[in-house]
Design a protein around this ligand. Structure first.
Ligand code: KIV
Ligand code: ZN
Length: 525
């Protein structure tokens, strides 16, 4: 491998998907995975196959359908996990099993309730088992940065002896600092001679806002794989942000002399897709992909940029794909033009999917004069949200007035095909329709978050709503797009409800399984 090349390992669909309220279905995960392949990442960690049948199905679909990157499945250091991960990724062009086990005493004592000796044995068995199934095996000593370096080194020697090809050193709780991380990794190089013959990887969480700085420090210490996520999503404060790492290496290329294979022009679109499907908004001032990342407010800055862009811009917005919104269709555009436009945006839509997209496009083009690339992206991703076993909104009526409390009536079709109706008088029109949906479905759903945004500027812009609900202790999100914001909100609510119910059912099924399984097999990493 080229010593100056840094491999980009994307964990948006695994660590990122562990963020609260995110509930992606298989079609959504596949769309993100296809976009990640277009973006040029080296590895896609597609999920944690043993976590649920839905996770397994999504990882398997990605392994079968997404070409180019290595497809990794995560597994705890248990034979059953490793088998399940292998089952899910085995059909990929280049499969990888990623297995992990904590090496910090805090985790060994309190979480695993085990001993260092057991951890060594378990790591040996898990890597050996994974290696017997798959040539490409990654091992992670979880919570490494709070672990004893000598003990971690001992475990890594075992993992490498058993055939691990990538060693990832996670800062699981986002605790380390750049100089400390460098020192830790250098000690590992000293204590584990075999580390020089495998790929060293870094995986940093952002609890102290240092994930990208720590990842870069890791690269300087010799790491050649960075684990990161689009928009920096992930457990708690998230993972290192992929776009920031990539653009750091790209923009400071002369200083760092390191490269990635990422197609930087795809960054903005990937960020929008992930934000839209996860419901996680990108903060306006977010580096690289935030709406204001290339905006100049002060007169002095504007003046400078007008005279010469480099006065106040270290990157060109076009490099990250922020200019790619010029495409426009109107109500006279036909199916062929729509198909071409979607293709240009990276969506391969044909057959029934094209018919559905065309119908939605016509409805929207009748209400809006111009349908832009951003609108089309929003429409196509909205279509991905519908699942077979889900509630669907048939129609609604909302009466709103400043003199009477608003009243809503809805009709839905349940996942079992039954037509149900409900009505409610609420505090506002959105509240009324949400409560009418609860009445129709007889569900005790509690609204945790609600947001409404516009896809583009302008009075006739599409509205995009995002809802997070809690049902029986499980939270899940849903999104909806429409020219009518009440309809967008209702669609988002109905989808969040369907996702939450799926979670409730999956939790009940895994609780049942857990009564007969090893108590160490907790559901998430
Ligand atoms: O943060 C972490 O330690 C992880 C591991 C599973 C790599 O996500
Ligand atoms: Zn992590």
């Amino acid at each position: 491998m080229d010593p100056d090349r840094v491999l980009i390992f994307d964990t948006t669909l695994r660590d990122g998907e562990q963020s609260p309220g995110i509930s992606l279905n298989t079609a959504e995960k596949l769309e993100i995975a296809h976009q990640l392949a277009r973006l040029g990442v080296d590895v896609i960690e597609a999920g944690f196959p043993i976590a649920s049948p839905g996770d397994f199905q999504a990882v398997q679909a990605i392994a079968r359908e997404v070409h180019g990157p290595v497809i990794a499945g995560l597994a705890r250091a248990h034979a059953a996990d490793v088998d399940r991960a292998w089952e899910a990724v085995r059909d990929a062009e280049r499969p990888r099993i990623h297995t992990f086990l904590s090496t910090s005493d805090i985790h060994i004592e309190h979480q695993l309730q085990s001993t260092r000796e057991d951890v060594k044995g378990q790591a040996r068995a898990a890597v050996a088992h994974a290696k017997a199934l798959c040539e490409d095996v990654e091992f992670s000593p979880m919570d490494a940065t709070r672990a004893d370096v000598e003990f971690t080194a001992e475990v890594l020697r075992i993992a490498i002896d058993e055939g691990a090809t990538t060693i990832n050193v996670p800062d699981t709780v986002g605790y380390t600092m750049p100089d400390e991380y460098v020192a830790f990794l250098r000690s590992l190089y000293d204590l584990v001679p075999g580390l020089a013959d495998v790929v060293l990887s870094v995986h940093c969480h952002d609890d102290l806002g240092l994930a990208v700085a720590n990842s870069y420090a890791g690269i300087q210490a010799g790491a050649r794989q960075v684990e990161c996520a689009i928009n920096g999503i992930g457990e708690r404060a998230g993972n290192a942000s992929l776009e920031e790492i990539v653009m750091l290496l790209h923009t400071r290329g002369e200083a760092v002399s390191l490269t990635t294979d990422v197609v930087t022009r795809e960054l903005a679109r990937t960020s929008r897709l992930v934000s839209r499907l996860t419901g996680y908004v990108v903060q306006p001032n977010k580096a690289i992909v935030g709406r204001n990342a290339f905006a100049h407010e002060s007169g002095i800055h504007q003046d400078g940029v007008l005279k010469e862009r480099s006065t106040y811009e270290i990157m060109d917005a076009t490099t990250v794909g922020l200019d790619a919104n010029s495409l426009v269709l109107g109500k006279h555009s036909g199916r062929h033009a729509l198909r071409e436009a979607l293709q240009e945006l990276g969506f391969a839509v044909d057959g029934q999917a094209l018919n559905t997209a065309f119908k939605r496009f016509k409805e929207i083009a009748d209400k809006k004069k111009q349908v832009s690339a951003m609108d089309l992206e929003a429409l196509v991703t909205d279509e991905l949200r519908d699942e077979l076993r889900a509630y669907t909104l048939s129609w609604f009526d909302v009466e709103a007035s400043s003199r009477r409390p608003p009243h809503a009536t809805v009709e839905l079709v349940t996942p079992d095909g039954e037509t149900v109706r409900g009505d409610f008088t609420g505090d506002g029109p959105v509240d009324a329709i949400f409560r009418a949906i609860n009445a129709a479905t007889r569900r005790e759903a509690r609204l945790r978050e609600f947001r409404i945004d516009s896809v583009t500027g302008g009075q006739d812009a599409l509205g995009e709503a995002s809802v997070v609900l809690e049902v029986a202790g499980q939270s899940a999100g849903g999104q909806g797009v429409s020219t009518d914001i009440i309809e967008a909100a209702a669609l988002a609510y109905v989808r969040a409800l369907s996702n939450a119910e799926r979670r409730v059912a999956a939790a009940a099924a895994s609780a049942e399984e857990a009564t007969t399984a090893d108590p160490q097999l907790t559901p998430t990493p």
